[in-house]
Design a protein around this ligand. Structure first.
Ligand SMILES: NC(=O)c1ccc[n+]([C@@H]2O[C@H](COP(=O)([O-])OP(=O)(O)OC[C@H]3O[C@@H](n4cnc5c(N)ncnc54)[C@H](O)[C@@H]3O)[C@@H](O)[C@H]2O)c1
Length: 336
């Protein structure tokens, strides 16, 4: 049975990937320092005989080495996302130094590294859809949000440099807007998490700017499918991949859709929040992946339509709020 190490296993993508790999018969070794992980995400996995978890930091190389023993693949998902939550130093250091520790340990094991990058690396490039060869365009250096994209750009370049010097196989994946069960219920989990909570609570959904900025949202089973294809198919080795859904929606329309799914015909409560309230900030105005490479080389095709995925997610979020003792007076029709 193949052993696979997942860093960030108690997080959103990590816990779903662990479940998917266990179902396929892999032995999964999870690593998480629980800084953003959620115990409920892994409580079911802990009962599985082929799952183990090490509560360690990825920067603790000796401990990581012990966890990685015998692993043939390392899926590196542990990271610090939104810099505006902190002073950006955690984002920069965990995603750079931490990623190097993970790569060194994988090299020591002779394991392939599949690592999470992000669609945010395309930054302000206006030419959508983004192919993997598109330019990565960063903005004003005083805007903290770019620390995240820059940390992931460093990670991608570091992985390819390790491949060139030491021959370790690497696959950076640029994910586009994941959502679904086990998502973090704050902005850490993305706008859809927060919008669902607001609609359940019958509170105003706060939309940044004029809401015309667009994103593409990918249901978690499609992300997991894409990751597993990069793990199993040697054609993925040493290439970067966009993994995501190509359906584009504005954030304002996302807010309206979620309101409708949660509260039916009630008139949507939506408030536009000027970007100036975040201090110095720059947004990405359009973000859509070109997934030709993943389609052609890996046979990847996103399957879950946004509305269908959101219904599942709303149903899950109502249940998760119950587990966390968050009062929910309104049960949406789509959950009944
Ligand atoms: N969710 C998305 O849509 C999305 C989009 C683009 C990129 N990504 C990338 O995919 C990866 C997974 O994202 P996610 O949404 O599951 O995030 P998440 O925050 O839910 O999961 C990350 C996990 O890593 C753990 N972690 C953080 N720092 C750690 C450290 N120093 N040592 C050990 N564990 C640590 C956290 O506790 C958390 O459980 C991240 O690298 C993220 O940047 C995600």
């Amino acid at each position: 049975m193949k052993r696979i190490l997942i860093t960030g296993a108690a997080g959103f993508i990590g816990s779903n990937l662990a479940k998917g790999l266990l179902e396929k018969g892999y032995h999964v070794v999870g690593v998480d320092n629980m800084s953003q992980g959620e115990k409920l995400n892994i409580s079911g996995l802990l009962k599985h005989p082929s799952f183990e978890i090490h509560y360690i930091d990825i920067r603790d190389e000796p401990a990581l080495k012990v966890a990685a023993e015998g692993c043939e693949v390392v899926v590196h998902l542990a990271a610090y996302k939104i810099p505006r939550y902190t002073d950006a130093l955690d984002t920069l250091m965990i995603n750079s130094m931490g990623s190097e520790s993970v790569t060194k340990v994988a090299l020591d094991q002779g394991a392939k590294v599949v690592a999470a990058s992000t669609s945010d690396v395309y930054g302000k490039n206006p030419d959508v859809p983004f192919s993997e060869d598109s330019n990565l365009v960063m903005g004003n250096p005083h805007v903290k949000r770019w620390a995240y994209a820059i940390s992931k750009m460093f990670e991608e370049q570091m992985l390819f440099a390790y491949n060139q010097r030491f021959g370790v196989d690497v696959v950076p994946i640029r994910f586009f807007g994941g959502y679904g069960p086990n998502q973090n219920l704050t902005w850490w989990g993305g706008p859809q998490s927060v919008f669902i909570n607001k609609a359940l609570d019958n509170e105003e959904i706060e939309v940044h700017g004029d809401g015309m900025q667009t994103r593409s949202f990918t249901y978690i089973s499609d992300h997991v499918d894409g990751i597993i294809r990069t793990i199993e198919n040697p054609a993925a080795n040493n290439k970067v991949f966009n993994i995501g859904n190509t359906f584009e929606i504005s954030i304002l329309d996302l807010a309206k859709l979620i309101w409708k799914l949660v509260r039916g015909d009630e008139s949507p409560k939506i408030k536009l929040i000027p970007y100036s309230t975040f201090g110095k900030y720059e947004d990405v105005m359009r973000r859509i992946p070109d997934i030709t490479r993943a389609r052609t080389l890996l046979g990847f095709e996103p399957k879950v339509d946004l509305e269908v995925g959101l219904r599942h997610t709303i149903e899950w979020q109502v249940a998760r709020r119950k587990e966390l003792d968050i009062a929910t007076s309104h049960i949406p029709d789509c959950v009944r």
